[in-house]
Design a protein around this ligand. Structure first.
Ligand code: PGA
Length: 256
């Protein structure tokens, strides 16, 4: 199976940006710009925006898929300040980003915890965008493959091949996130191919061929096409450039 058989998903990650009115303004401007797009468009928004934005999408009959950027691994409980997967789903989220490097590094999330979150999200019926990626030091020390292997295997421990159809991988080299220094398409492609092979080794070739792997890290309208042309890159995870409707629409419409 080759790339033609996998759909591509372009996702925006708003991180801790936008109030409710800013989010609604964004979508009112963005939706008409991507009306005839061939890509599946996902948007990971702050918790407070999930419900209003999901409602707006429904009213406008737009295929944009709304999701969250984190969740707790428990189904519910006395965990002040945390949010449960079923609450996200109830508010209108269809997916959740897990294992983002900002969660791993700033909030010290381990592969073990991410694994618990992944399993909980899948149980609750949420799709998962699982982020993996090496730091600059790890790449320079030739440890990229080892790091990615550990992140991938440990974060997806005890996840079945069937469940894996609900998991999208996002390769996000930490050195490329928010730095304006994206990976070259070649580096990204080679790393994606390595990740796909790893998935094939653990879950079988069919699963490896089917899994969607996004690239993330300083994606801009100027480089989106180069990434998307690579055979093992099936989508993009866009941070900064997803905050402006015109810029994100240019990325979604990279084929035009
Ligand atoms: P960036 O962020 O596009 O701003 O580099 C990507 C991400 O963190 O998902």
């Amino acid at each position: 199976m080759n790339q033609e058989h996998r759909k591509s998903i372009i996702a925006g990650n708003w991180k801790m940006y936008k109030t409710i009115s800013e989010g609604l303004d964004f979508l009112n401007e963005f939706i008409p710009l991507v009306l005839d797009s061939q890509e599946d468009v996902y948007l990971a928004v702050p918790f407070t925006l999930i419900k209003p934005v999901a409602d707006l999408i429904k009213t406008k009959n737009s295929p944009i898929v709304i999701g969250a950027q984190n969740m707790n691994d428990a189904s519910e409980g006395a965990f002040t300040g945390e949010i449960a997967g079923k609450m996200l789903k109830d508010a209108g989220a269809k997916f959740v980003i897990l294992g983002h490097s900002e969660r791993r590094h700033l909030f010290h999330e381990s592969n073990e915890l991410i694994n618990k979150k992944v399993k909980r999200a899948l149980l609750e019926g949420l799709q998962v965008i699982l982020c993996i990626g090496e730091t600059k030091e790890e790449r320079e020390g030739n440890n990229t493959e080892e790091i990615l292997k550990t992140q991938l295997k440990d974060s997806l421990k005890e996840v079945s091949s069937e469940q894996l159809s609900q998991v999208i991988l996002a390769y996000e080299p930490v050195w490329a996130i928010g730095t304006d220094l994206p990976a070259t398409p070649e580096i990204a492609e080679n790393t994606h191919r390595y990740c796909r092979e790893l998935v094939s080794q653990v879950w079988g070739e069919q699963v490896g061929n089917q899994i969607i792997i996004q690239y993330g890290g300083s994606v801009k309208p100027e480089n989106a096409k180069q990434f998307m042309e690579q055979p093992d890159i099936d989508g993009l995870l866009v941070g900064g450039a997803s905050l402006s409707p015109e810029t994100f629409a240019k990325i979604v419409n990279y084929q035009k």
